[in-house]
Design a protein around this ligand. Sequence first.
Ligand code: GLU
Length: 545
Amino acid sequence: MDFNYLAELLFPDVTETPDDMEAKFPRRDLPEGAIVSRMAPSPTGFVHLGNLVQGLTSERLTHQSGGVLFLRVEDTDAKREVPGAVEILINSLKHYNITFDEGATIDGDNGIYGPYRQRQRKDIYHVFAKKLVSEGKAYPCFCTEEELAAIHEAQEAEKTNFGYYGKWAKYRDASIETIEENLKKGMPWVLRFHSEGSIENKIKFTDLIKGNLELTENDIDHVLLKSDGIPTYHFAHAVDDHLMHTTHVVRGDEWLPTLPFHLQLFFALGWKPPKYLHIGPLMKMDGESKRKLSKRKDPELALTFYQEIGYPVEAVYEYILTVLNSNYEDWRRANPFADTNEFKFSYKKMNPAGSLFDEDKLRDVSKEVISKMTAERVYELALAWAKLYDVDFAEKLEANPDFAKAILAIGRGGKKPRKDFAVWSELKAHMAFFYDAYFKVEAEYPDFDKADIDGIIKDYIDIYAENDEQTVWFDKIKALAEKYGFCPDTKQYKANPDAYKGHVGDVSMILRVAVTGRQNSPDMYEVMRILGKEKVSLRLANAAK
Ligand code: GLU
């Protein structure tokens, strides 16, 4: 067979050569050891935790090494594409601080290795497809859907492996006459790889996360170009990662089974394959056993879940680092306030089997992260969240920023900062009683005479002065306790409980319920100062009506 003749027949319009392509995509001028990697998502509109894990891994590896991270949109499967998906993708990643040095952007392409959207690279793939054909490494296949289904059925009946290989590969050795005739008839064709592999053979391969692997060789004549001339992922990935000078491919381990084919492709094209890092899946506990997070069953797989519920970006980011690098938590303990980027991320610390995702753990991390924020920052982030997801609450926050920040400052900044909420959607419940519109008495008063309760509350209206120092403030409550037959000292009360109606803590609780409507609240001295004399008095007066 004259393969050059066949190549001309199949690709008459391709005039550029592989050398022209190499010249168009020159080597990158980077320092020794600089990693070049990419995110190569398909624009399905669904951005998930796996994308973030992959993105964060490649972002850290590239930027830590002084390399380049680029975004390539793998839109070869038009059926799965959703309008606006690229925008959603870029915005979600940006939200999590994953920014690209190069690649597809919302406004087009940025960089000299583009286009960065695969459908726009069709001509480039055809140059290499033509080269493979001219070397007898690829051939056209005219099988119809029905013929392929028949092959599958026959394989089922013979209980043999499925796929287009060996004796099943109908057009592998088709004569040039048959091919020409079919082309003349206008029969649609796909371009298939001519595999020299055998499943009897193993290849040895070192994956940077999975370690040393032994994989079965590929014997399938996989499709390289579909009938519309658009490449499959396999072919596009090899061509792009070669021309874009990717040094490390970081991707999910669902691609591991096709890796032998990818390596074959690189060798067939005469290229050195990049290094591969196959990330294990994200799993969760389901009862006693672990299973992969699933799009259908687990809402927490979608990145929008975290935005909607209001996890701070820093918390999700921090949590993912915890999950990906086993030494991250120790580092964080030793460097509680350091910027996460100071941590030396390493793929060597990644678990080859995948990572366990645990929302309780994420919540703990988030509480910790929020506890280290200033009231100002909490205000800013909570407001941004509320504007999207709880407009009424946003209005309250914005109506009086100083008031909101004073509330948020309670218990912040000290040695033992408050860690009472993990997500912005929980914040309103904590702050609600400060706002008259949300305030309601939800808690029961402690079980004492109604007359005493009312008396304590009414008297306190006259006693409370908002400029009192905390000790003076408390002394007044003690005095009030004494007046109503409650012991001003808890220890003394415990020694002789029958001598009193209750103790000072009970009096504080009565005031707490009247002012906050709850039995649990932050420090009452602070709460009253923030509310101010007028509001405190009004609430007390309403309570004692
Ligand atoms: N488009 C592929 C995916 O979304 C990319 C895999 C890769 O990074 O090479 O799974």
